[in-house]
Design a protein around this ligand. Structure first.
Ligand code: AMP
Length: 424
């Protein structure tokens, strides 16, 4: 049997891996600057963590989860998203009882059984930021500004920040009725999935990606006309906060988010850089999620951004970072004696924090080795042949200018260490 990676799941290596690492570092750096600390949850959860929270007729629960029984007949799911798992962990560790806001981020693989295409995978990676124990509109605005700061740090600004307020769970009843009224004689124009959604979750019709559904939904009543006074004030204040922070945005009443647990603020960062997949990142307030675990509400706001889509956006802009990994020295020994001297030295230097590269193929010509030195982008090469050993000195060659200097062999280690310390 020919073994291949599972459809929609990718291996990462080489230049692409280096680009990912560089982007990951930048994202983590911004998150730390905003005071967010990393949180990791297990890749597996009891399936109820998601079925109880995300919504039974959501795409995720209905058709996208990887679910299986373990040896103990317990039904488990590979994490399709992390917010529900995060709230499970918050409750388990009583983090909602510490009496002050807490900021966490995660960077983890997610699993959804989707039809793979560019920017849509079955294993994909999300950064997410969650701010808990804070119900203020200022927290919502901070969360949005943080996501914006991440994209800008990476040089991306080609997106629109769309925000909305979808009211509290209690106040949404009236809006749901209005939507049902609107859709009830248009059911035959909707996709089969939306026909099912009509009874229990009519708001989700607004989120359907099917063009026919979007066309029908265009004239649907908008939630902002049905907001309770508290949600309206919250919405106004979030907008004011964003303006104070100098962030441009649009209010878009069609941003409702596909999951059950959102309330009040919902937002999406939409970008043309992505082609078919327009959401770069998205999030909202989810105070009510904890209720689905039989807890009191836990004020919380957060977002998730997809790494794969971020990389597509960077590629579209030709702004992918260059890989930074290059050796400081390239060692070019000629002959077995020189090889042994430089072999020992390269490992000693690596242990001391200096990257000195040496190829273990022993009889390469000087020309071939210098060619490799150039390829490795090391700024300096150290050449050592039989002649040099006799004279007790090595040649340090500047790969840029081709100028050379002789270094006494017994001082070579100290010299290279000193030189590196000066350069950093
Ligand atoms: P969601 O959890 O569906 O709200 O998605 C949050 C973000 O994750 C999206 O804006 C995308 O950037 C990314 N995302 C969602 N699903 C996928 C997928 N199947 N493949 C790659 N990225 C995804």
């Amino acid at each position: 049997m020919k073994l291949q990676a599972i459809r929609g799941m990718r291996d990462l290596y080489g230049e692409e891996m280096a680009q990912w690492q560089s982007v990951e570092r930048s994202v983590r750096e911004v998150l730390s600057r905003f005071g967010y600390q990393e949180f990791r949850t297990p890749v597996l959860e009891k399936v109820e963590v998601f079925t109880q929270t995300v919504g039974e007729d959501s795409d995720i629960v209905e058709k996208q989860m990887y679910v299986f029984k373990d040896q103990n007949e317990e039904t488990l799911a590979l994490r399709p998203e992390c917010t529900a798992a995060f709230v499970r962990a918050v409750i388990e560790h009583q983090l909602h009882k510490v009496g002050r806001p807490l900021r966490f981020y995660y960077y983890l693989p997610m699993f959804r059984y989707e039809r793979p295409q560019k920017g849509r995978l079955r294993q994909f990676h999300q950064f997410g930021a969650e701010l808990i124990n804070d119900s203020s509109p200022e927290a919502d605005a901070e969360s949005i500004v943080l996501l914006d700061a991440i994209y800008r740090q990476l040089g991306i600004s080609e997106y629109v920040v769309k925000i909305n307020n979808i009211g509290t769970e209690a106040s949404r009843g009236k809006y749901r009725d209005a939507l049902k009224d609107f859709f009830k004689d248009k059911l035959s124009e909707l996709c089969p999935q939306c026909q099912k959604r009509f009874e229990r979750a009519p708001m989700r019709i607004l989120d359907c990606k099917n063009e026919a559904c979007q066309e029908v939904a265009k004239d649907a009543p908008v939630i902002l006309d049905y907001l309770d006074p508290e949600s309206r004030a919250h919405h106004e204040r979030v907008q004011h906060c964003l303006k104070m922070a100098g962030l441009s945005f649009e209010v878009d009443p069609r941003i409702v988010r596909g999951l059950d647990y959102y309330s009040q603020t919902a937002f999406e960062f939409q970008s043309d850089l992505l082609g078919a997949q327009s959401a770069l990142g998205a999030g909202g307030r989810y105070d009510g999620l904890a209720i689905r675990f039989s807890e009191k509400p836990i004020p919380a706001v957060g977002w998730a951004l997809g790494m794969e889509r971020l990389m597509i956006a960077l590629e579209a802009k030709a702004a992918l970072p260059k890989s930074e990994g290059k050796p400081q020295y390239f060692f070019a020994p000629l002959g077995p004696e020189a090889f042994d001297v430089l072999y020992g030295l390269s490992l000693k230097l690596k242990r001391a924090g200096v990257w000195a590269e040496l190829i273990y193929e022993k009889d390469k010509s000087l020309k071939a080795q210098l060619k490799q030195a150039n390829k490795s982008q090391a700024p300096f090469a150290v050449v050592l042949g039989e002649e040099e050993i006799k004279k007790g000195q090595a040649v340090l060659r500047d790969m840029g200018s081709s100028s050379q200097e002789n270094i006494p062999l017994n001082e070579l280690e100290a010299h290279l260490l000193r030189r590196t310390q000066r350069a950093t």
